[in-house]
Design a protein around this ligand. Structure first.
Ligand code: GCO
Length: 461
């Protein structure tokens, strides 16, 4: 397992950040969303409450008490959205399925109306020549399962396998590109350690049990898919972190490498069959991973790709006074509306590092984009977002350079297709290349929509 920066010493190709945006002819271009963030229709057609419906109603949990009740109303406006995607010329649309729509009780009886919505969406995508890229789980766990321990209960491995089997059986003839989990780090760490996400628990032992059960659930969903014989691609989406050291001093380089243990090695290593990072587990003996014989093999079933979600790169320095002996330090880069530094060179380093630690597995950028304080112009028909165009141009340039350096990057999904519910920030952060007017759910393509269309067409090459 390479140290974070050992293998990614910049090559000559990193000197020109503004390299052309030319990509392989078969490069898969897409946009990305997630069910709870865009669908709305929270009580329509038999959907049961998810942990995020509950969390949104927890005072102080989400900005302004915003909820996913309406979202970007894609449940009702999906046809218009698919039409806009067709205008982009993209080849794929990444979205997630809402477990509470499909199995309102979490397990057992399937809700036909829940599947009917996804059939409508899938049929519209196929009619537009757009390949569905479907995430099984993007954080909206049925509340009834959280009531039984959620991701801290090892029984969830069977529950998730049952859900996956029902999905493959019903939708498998319309989907050949599957992602089991989106960002297990956020589910486990933000949900059960920091409490910033649903279900809002702050307990490291529960968080690390959730990490392990998420990984086992991923393996169970891979096994279930292989058993169908449907023959498509299946992988997992990870938001790994590869911070750069503040200086080349050995203590800073070691600190930056250690800082990646929890957000990166706790998630990538088990999937790649390397088990959990002992250095990190040794630091938290009160939060053991509930490993059983055979678990390492169950987690690291062969997958077809890794989905990479990248937004920013942090800088880390050794800090003898902090509990973990490292801390993030100030950075020079400008920041997005989330306060995240804009670091395209970090994206290039990140992609190279992942490629060097995933044994040549194909990679897709399954999320990349930025929040900006977008506003409609006086006519109400345009949204000028030059800073998002700059962000996308520089980060796509990093992707082009990574490909030129030999990274097996096969596609790129911009986050996000449309402004949507940004979790604890509610609707206060806009990531879309399409503006959503939350007063009436009106869609207004931003300038970055037309820029991305030109990238996809090759006009920006
Ligand atoms: C994530 C989630 C998305 C977020 C996006 C912006 O990566 O956190 O997959 O749902 O909305 O990343 O934070």
């Amino acid at each position: 397992m390479n140290r974070i920066l050992d293998g990614v010493t910049p090559t000559s190709s990193t000197s020109d950040l503004a390299s052309s945006l030319s990509f392989p002819s078969n490069f898969l271009w897409g946009t990305a969303t997630a069910s709870f963030q865009v669908e709305g229709a929270a009580e329509a057609d038999g959907r049961s409450p998810s942990i995020w419906d509950t969390f949104c109603r927890t005072p102080g949990a989400v900005a302004h008490g915003h909820t996913g009740d309406v979202g970007s109303d894609q449940y009702h406006r999906y046809a218009e959205d698919v039409g806009l995607m067709k205008e982009l010329g993209i080849g794929a649309y990444r979205f997630s399925l809402a477990w509470p729509r499909i199995l309102p009780d979490g397990i057992g009886k399937v809700n036909p109306k829940g599947f009917e919505y996804y059939h409508r969406l899938l049929d519209a995508l196929h009619a537009a020549g757009i390949r569905p890229a479907v995430t099984l789980y993007h954080w909206d766990l049925p509340q009834v399962l959280e009531d039984r321990g959620g991701w801290t209960n090892r029984d969830i491995v069977g529950w998730f396998g049952e859900y996956a089997e029902a999905v493959y059986k019903e939708l498998g003839d319309k989907v050949d590109f599957w992602m089991t989990l989106n960002e297990p780090f956020c589910t486990a760490i933000l949900g059960y350690l920091t409490g910033h996400h649903a279900p809002g628990i702050t307990d490291r032992a529960k968080a690390y049990a959730a990490v392990h059960h998420l990984h086992l659930a991923h393996g169970a969903a891979v096994d279930a898919y292989r058993a169908t014989g449907q023959g498509g691609e299946i992988g997992i989406v990870l938001n790994l972190s590869t911070p750069r050291p503040a200086t080349r001093r050995p203590e800073d380089v070691e600190a930056a490498d250690r800082a990646a243990d929890m957000p990166t090695r706790m998630f990538l290593d088990p999937i790649m069959g390397r088990g959990y990072p002992e250095r990190h587990l040794a630091a938290y003996p009160a939060a053991p991973v509930p490993m059983r014989d055979g678990d390492v093999e169950k987690i690291s079933r062969k997958i077809d790709f890794i989905g990479v979600n990248y937004y920013t790169e942090h800088v880390v320095a050794f800090d003898p006074d902090s509990p973990e002996k490292f801390r993030s330090v100030p950075q020079c880069e400008p920041v997005t509306d989330m306060g995240w530094p804009i670091v395209p060179k970090g994206f290039h380093r990140h992609l190279r590092w992942i490629a060097e630690n995933t044994n040549g597995l194909p990679l897709y950028v399954t999320e990349n984009g930025c929040a900006m304080p977008d506003e409609l112009d006086d006519t109400g028909t345009r949204c000028h977002d030059p800073r998002r165009i700059d962000y996308l141009r520089s980060h796509l340039g990093a992707c082009a350079r990574a490909i030129a350096d030999g990274v097996p990057l096969k596609g790129y999904f911009v986050w996000s297709f449309i402004d949507n519910f940004e979790w604890a920030f509610g609707y206060t952060r806009r990531f879309g290349i399409v503006y959503c007017d939350y007063l009436d759910a009106r869609r207004v393509p931003k300038d970055s929509f037309y820029f991305f269309r030109d990238v996809v067409s090759g006009a920006e090459a």
